[in-house]
Design a protein around this ligand. Structure first.
Ligand code: GAR
Length: 210
């Protein structure tokens, strides 16, 4: 069974979707630990409820980003994961950390990348008058939210939609695509090669798999 460590910062609804997929047997992997940079992240409680080791590291205990990420890396590696999954982990990762997990570090981002890397993606989609919005699962590389896209899901933007409306509707899509991509990785169907995502031996385009 492949071993997964999940990093979170908040509610952990994507974590919950991954836990549920494991429990239902749709995802054939074991979540061996959930780690957070926030002690009060609700996702830690979700992990504990599911009997998964859950722990937080306090940024204030470390001199700088590199020191924090190094400690985080050591903590992660103590669980000997095959794959590291970012699920609402809201800190920029340092270069050595990203390099260490190259090809086995994935993220979900609430926009149709390459549109709207960074924060406030729902607000930016509304402000730009976009007709659709979405989420992207991608391999993590040193470029912030810039790694190769594996799979996207989109939703229409309806008249009078608020940021909260978009966030809520999009999360339900995120909960479908993230466990699916993780299962692809677990089955050995997915890899990061030559800065591209490959599925079943085929390179994926800029918007990932269909
Ligand atoms: C999700 O919408 C995820 O895409 C986003 O944070 C939310 C976490 O929700 N991630 C990022 O913005 C990363 N840049 P959750 O804690 O309920 O899974």
């Amino acid at each position: 069974m492949k071993r997964i460590v999940v990093l979170i910062s908040g509610s952990g609804s994507n974590l919950q979707a991954i836990i549920d997929a494991c429990q239902l047997g749709r995802l054939k992997a074991e979540i061996v630990a959930v780690l957070s940079n926030k002690a009060d992240a609700f996702g830690l409680q979700r992990a504990q409820k599911a009997g998964i080791a859950a722990e937080s590291l306090a940024i204030g205990d470390y001199a700088d980003r590199e020191a924090f990420d190094h400690a985080l890396q050591q903590k992660i590696d103590s669980h000997q994961p095959d794959l590291v999954v970012l699920a609402g982990y809201m800190r920029i990762l340092s270069g050595p950390f990203v390099t260490h997990y190259r090809g086995r570090l994935i993220n979900i981002h609430p926009s149709l990348l390459p549109k709207y890397p960074g924060l406030h993606t729902h607000r930016r989609a509304l402000e730009n008058g976009d007709s659709e919005h979405g989420a992207s699962v991608h391999f993590v590389t040193e470029q912030l939210d810039g790694g190769p896209v594996i799979l996207q899901a989109s939703i229409p933007i309806l008249p009078n939609d608020t940021e909260q409306d978009l966030a809520k509707r999009l999360l339900s899509k995120e909960h479908l695509i993230y466990p699916r991509v993780i299962q692809w990785w677990v089955e050995g169907r997915l890899e990061l090669r030559e800065d591209r995502a490959w599925l079943d031996g085929q390179p994926l385009g800029a918007s990932g798999a269909d």
